[in-house]
Design a protein around this ligand. Sequence first.
Ligand code: SAM
Length: 246
Amino acid sequence: MMIEQSADTRKSDLDRLRAEYADRERRLAGSDIYSPFNLAHLFMTQQRQRVTLKTLRRFGFYPLDQRRVLEVGCGRGGVLLEYLSYGATPARIHGIDLLGDRVAEARARVPSLSLSCADGQHLPYPDEVFDLVLQYTAFSSLLDDGVKANVAREMLRVLRPDGAIIWYDYWLNPTNPQARGIRPAEIRRLFPNCVYHFQRITLAPPITRRLVGLSWLLCYVLEKAVLLNTHYLVVIHKCPSKGEAR
Ligand SMILES: C[S@@+](CC[C@H](N)C(=O)[O-])C[C@H]1O[C@@H](n2cnc3c(N)ncnc32)[C@H](O)[C@@H]1O
């Protein structure tokens, strides 16, 4: 069931989001904060990739070449490029994003992928066609509960019964009022009647930025200690018999 809310409310949250991303674009102009040449960004990305690869294998998604993959909120295609490097087949990789300029950039980077400008509340795909449906830090930028519920419902609709949602997002983000962390209880509510496997990863970005230049090893040890980690990597299955999920 689509969550009851007025079209005006939904539109205003999507408009807020567009304005926020345009503003973020201006604030970050010239910054290398999301560049692989930035040591902190490199550390966080590589740590997430290590956990992701281990998790995909653990839940039976290795190899990836025959799997159909969709990312909701794919932005400029950075995460889809990672899945390409993990062995996913370009013709089986899809991505959608609300922002046309980001989709255009992603297309220019990786023309072989199927990328569309669309709202995650209305995914342009039939039911149960994807083995993996990804969401990487799109939900934390959605502040409207109705929009979140609608996007989650669509993700479940297009997921095959034996597939999995791979969720990577903040559970805590105290520094950005335009983003809201999402905790396990809310994830369970968004994806009801599913089986979940939660891993708390990613050393808090402000700490990583401060420490990684001094000691990569210290950041590694702190992330292993989990206490200061700000994200969850979650595997969500529709079907309880699949994988080792708890
Ligand atoms: C923080 S960015 C993350 C981009 C990408 N997942 C990554 O990790 O590089 C979040 C993305 O979600 C997109 N997004 C937010 N709400 C959306 C919606 N309702 N439908 C589609 N995309 C959405 C935004 O446009 C933005 O590009």
